[in-house]
Design a protein around this ligand. Structure first.
Ligand code: GDP
Ligand code: IMO
Ligand code: MG
Length: 430
């Protein structure tokens, strides 16, 4: 069986959760490899909605193992809440179903405090982070002062780290950002208690995956965020603090690159973005409102209204290259039903020059004028389509343009939020 990586090709919220849930049927293991509870992955199964922030979207299948890789930053309180939420829905999550890498970094209360205070201090220049402490936690990982999951089980190590870190964090919080400092003891007590509950789940995820590979089991790697939010390749500094690109699946879970057989890029049939930053095809008009309302484009984590715009194939084209995409899953095609004319951005024009990659410079990006291909829309409701031939000719043309310009086939076409609202053209990796 093929090991598949699922990544977002735009600015997140492409429908990764839905596609991961769908593809989980064909694998035994589902692993997340980066990000944290800035992610919000929505699944609709049997008229019930689930939103996961940390736990991999494969958890609804009883016989699958879900793994939280070393590349994540994990807020243990949020993880425990998510486990309790599942328990209330009748889904028991024991160590046989879920593992947390001993090397994953823990989001601490001072990370959240710093994230929020820095954003407030930036005022109108803020990034619009989710306020979950993601950036400050990755900072500590890189400066080698972070708290890892394994530290929750070693009280002396945890205490020393919290006390040392707080000296610097409190100086920043109080003296530089003008907010209240935090006390070490309550944090220590709380994290030690959470560590006791989580201890049975804390494992070496790399070893688990290696055993899975050797036993011939299939693994699905669930990306979070999107390629243009990537810390290296995204619209810096309006990005997240991890690498959502497919290459990070290896480093963030502890496997080698030869174990990846297929990369699926999730492409929303239009574009959305939450938070600040460049958005070349943004629509601040009636059409943008139509897409926002029909697509129910509100953030699954923060509830913020998502900015909406036309499909940008320069953005998607960059993602084809950056992730080495083998196929695409095109989602939310149903949302476009009812629009008279559709536009697809096929290039940018900067001072009369045609450009086919998004520039790194924010100044140059601001000068990019989208070059659009206009196409007729379709009126029909397409949510009941289960094979390509059920789609109207205009929808098929829209898909063909995406495939032609990107040079990548669509393996999946999603026409609604439910597991079954899907056209599987070719099972990825088959
Ligand atoms: P993710 O972060 O990439 O997993 O995406 P989100 O869950 O944040 O946002 C995608 C939203 O679109 C969710 O509410 C999904 O239930 C919904 N969704 C996914 N695929 C489709 C689709 O094909 N059509 C419609 N109408 N909704 C979809
Ligand atoms: P999923 O996995 C959409 C955005 C935030 C902000 C920027 C930095 O559901 O696709 P952060 O809190 O990460 O430091 O915020 O990144 N962002 C997302 N936008 N979907 C996400 O995840 C996101 N995770 C972070 O809105 O602009
Ligand atoms: Mg989301």
């Amino acid at each position: 069986m093929a090991n598949i990586v699922v990544v977002g090709t735009q600015w997140g919220d492409e429908g990764k959760g839905k596609v991961v849930d769908l593809l989980t049927a064909g694998v035994e293991f589902v692993v997340r490899f980066q990000g944290g509870n800035n992610a919000g992955h929505t699944l609709e199964v049997d008229d019930r909605q689930f939103i996961f922030h940390i736990i991999p979207s494969g958890i609804l299948y009883e016989d699958k193992k879900c793994l939280i890789g070393n590349g994540l930053v994990v807020d243990p309180g949020v993880l425990l809440e998510e486990m309790e939420g599942l328990e209330k829905s009748g889904i028991t999550v024991g160590p046989d179903r879920l593992s947390l890498s001993e090397k994953a970094h823990m989001i601490m209360p001072y990370h959240k405090a710093l994230d929020l205070a820095r954003e407030a201090a930036k005022g109108k220049d803020k990034i619009g982070t989710t306020g979950r402490g993601i950036g400050p936690c990755y900072e500590d990982k890189v400066t080698r002062t972070g708290v890892r999951a394994i530290d929750l089980t070693e009280p002396d190590v945890l205490e020393a780290k919290i006390r040392t870190n707080l000296k610097e964090k409190n100086f920043l919080l109080e003296k530089f950002l003008g907010v209240s400092p935090l006390e070490a003891q309550p944090i220590l007590d709380h994290y030690l208690a959470m560590g006791q509950t989580l201890a049975p789940f804390i494992t070496d995820v790399s070893v688990e995956l290696d055993q899975a590979v050797k036993a011939g089991k299939a693994i699905l790697f669930e990306g979070a965020q999107g390629t243009h939010l990537d810390i290296d390749h995204g619209t810096y500094p309006f990005v997240t603090s991890s690498n959502p690109v497919a290459g990070a699946a290896c480093a963030g879970s502890g496997i080698g690159p030869k174990q990846i057989h297929h990369v699926v890029g999730i492409v929303k049939a239009y574009t959305t973005r939450v938070g600040a930053g460049p958005f070349m095809t943004e629509l601040e008009d009636e059409t943008g409102n139509f897409i926002q309302e029909k697509g129910k484009e509100f953030g699954a984590t923060t509830g913020r209204r998502r900015r909406c715009g036309w499909l940008d194939l320069v953005v998607v084209g960059d993602s084809v290259r950056l992730n080495g995409l083998d196929s695409m899953a095109i989602t939310k095609l149903d949302v476009l039903s009812g629009l008279e004319t559709l536009k697809i951005c096929v290039a940018y024009e900067i001072d009369g020059q045609m450009v086919h990659q998004r520039p790194a410079s924010l100044g140059k990006t601001a000068l990019c004028k989208p070059v659009y291909k206009e196409m007729p829309g379709w009126k029909e409701d397409i949510t009941a389509a289960r094979k390509k031939s059920d789609l109207p000719a205009a929808a098929l043309d829209y898909l063909s343009v995406i495939e032609e310009i990107t040079g990548i086939p669509a393996s999946i076409i999603s026409v609604g939020p439910g597991r079954n609202d899907t056209i599987v053209v070719k099972t990825p990796g088959s």
